[in-house]
Design a protein around this ligand. Structure first.
Ligand SMILES: [Zn+2]
Length: 134
């Protein structure tokens, strides 16, 4: 079976600021990052769908230890965002000093920007969106 949206294509678009997912033609569910089958009905009849990148923060964690060669980027705030189209996706929050982040950011509206966290050798160069408040 062929992947409709291979991870390499998803990652390449993410690095250009374009957030892609898959929309199920059977039930309408949007998945992101892309998966082989629909997360709702397990169907494989889906098409590539560009997401708005807008959503709200569900939870977060502040990371103080960076991967090899990236310690200077820490601390950073990693957020789990429920996108308006439905899927939950992880990214970094860039608007607020990680040392000042509190539980009050949960539920705040954010948008993925055009800059992306490029990934590192431990994450197979997987990019992550950088979110800012809207
Ligand atoms: Zn479905």
């Amino acid at each position: 079976m062929e992947y409709k949206l291979p991870f390499e294509v998803y990652n390449k678009n993410l690095k250009k600021g374009k957030l892609l997912g898959l929309k199920c033609n059977d039930c309408g569910t949007v998945t992101c990052p892309p998966t082989m089958a629909c997360s709702e009905c397990a169907g494989t009849n889906h098409e590539i769908h560009e997401l708005s990148g807008m959503g709200k923060i569900v939870t977060f964690s502040v990371s103080y230890v960076g991967a090899e060669g990236r310690q200077n980027e820490h601390p950073l705030t990693i957020v789990l965002v429920k996108l308006d189209e439905g899927p939950w996706i992880m990214g970094n929050l860039i608007d607020l000093d990680p040392q000042k982040v509190t539980m009050e950011i949960i539920g705040k509206r954010v948008k993925a920007g055009s800059k992306m966290f490029p990934g590192d050798k431990y994450s197979a160069a997987a990019a992550r969106p950088l979110f800012s408040f809207i």
